[in-house]
Design a protein around this ligand. Structure first.
Ligand SMILES: Cc1cc2nc3c(=O)[nH]c(=O)nc-3n(C[C@H](O)[C@H](O)[C@H](O)COP(=O)(O)O)c2cc1C
Length: 262
């Protein structure tokens, strides 16, 4: 070791290197955050459009997503009261709908609630009190499409997605999942366009008012049943459970029935 290479100097150089690197890394994180946020929103919007059958990654360029999504109005639903909140109520809750994240508020006891074991059909443990839904209305103000957030446990974790219904709030337009931990080729086949194509046209409510829409093992029959995924019975059951929960009486069911009658 030459006289210049003291341990002290080595430590100082190492320390300075760490400082420079941490400044570079945190600087990059700060600079990239707006782009990441914009990409997250773009991705969410694509999934909402996809559920509504308006987006196909093979043919829809990103540049059209904003235009297509501009037809949607975002509303907050009070899940326990089964109604849309007015803008002043949203403001009074201190919620800014542009950056509200109903998955993040799950840890906030003032904006979310625990579900009892009996109610928790989808096995999600907690839910946001105010749920973001997306509406398309025609020129006469008639509801054309409603897209609802859905989530529920499959085999390996919670699947997150959107269910789109027609203006009658009873006929399925589509179902898309944007996040899941299921196995590629097995449970993750819920994203396969061929399986997704089985959903449009199915009806949510049975004659007795209960959710009839379900996924069955094997081939589905009639207007409520969708074929189960072969080799992925557990994920299929998870999807059936989340559909029954989110469209049912203790979640969006009362709102859907009101919309269907109006
Ligand atoms: C490595 C591995 C991964 C699996 N992943 C899934 C899955 O994502 N979803 C699922 O339902 N079943 C999955 N299974 C299969 C289940 O354990 C179970 O066998 C299957 O759901 C039964 O479906 P079937 O009655 O249609 O055969 C996996 C099995 C193995 C060994």
């Amino acid at each position: 070791m030459s006289s210049k290479d003291t341990v002290q100097k080595t430590l100082v150089v190492a320390f300075l290197l760490c400082v420079v690197c941490s400044i570079l890394v945190s600087g990059a994180a700060v600079i990239l955050k707006p782009t990441q946020d914009a990409n997250r929103i773009l991705d969410r919007n694509k999934n909402i459009l996809s559920a509504a059958g308006l987006y196909d990654p093979a043919v829809t360029p990103d540049s059209e997503v904003t235009e297509l999504f501009s037809r949607f109005t975002t509303r907050l639903v009070d899940i326990n009261e089964g109604r849309f909140l007015e803008a002043d109520e949203v403001a009074a809750l201190g919620i800014n709908i542009d950056n509200y994240d109903q998955r993040k508020v799950i840890t906030d006891p003032s904006l979310s609630e625990a579900l009892s074991k009996e109610d928790d059909l989808a096995d999600v443990k907690r839910r946001a009190l105010y749920q973001m839904v997306y509406l398309v209305e025609d020129q006469n103000g008639e509801l054309e499409t409603i897209v609802l957030p859905v989530s529920g446990y499959g085999l390996w974790g919670i699947l997150y997605g959107f269910m789109a219904l027609e203006g009658d709030a009873n006929t399925v337009k589509g179902l898309s999942f944007y996040e899941l931990k299921e196995t590629p080729g097995l449970g993750a086949e819920v994203r396969n366009p061929r399986w997704r194509a089985l959903w449009p046209g199915k009806k949510v409510f049975a004659e007795d008012g209960e959710v009839g829409l379900t996924v069955v093992k094997g081939a589905g029959a009639g207007e409520h049943e969708v074929d189960g995924l072969s080799g992925a019975t557990l994920t299929s059951r998870g999807v059936a459970n989340l559909v029954r929960y989110w469209l049912g009486d203790t979640a969006f069911g009362p709102l859907l029935k009101k919309l269907g009658n109006s």
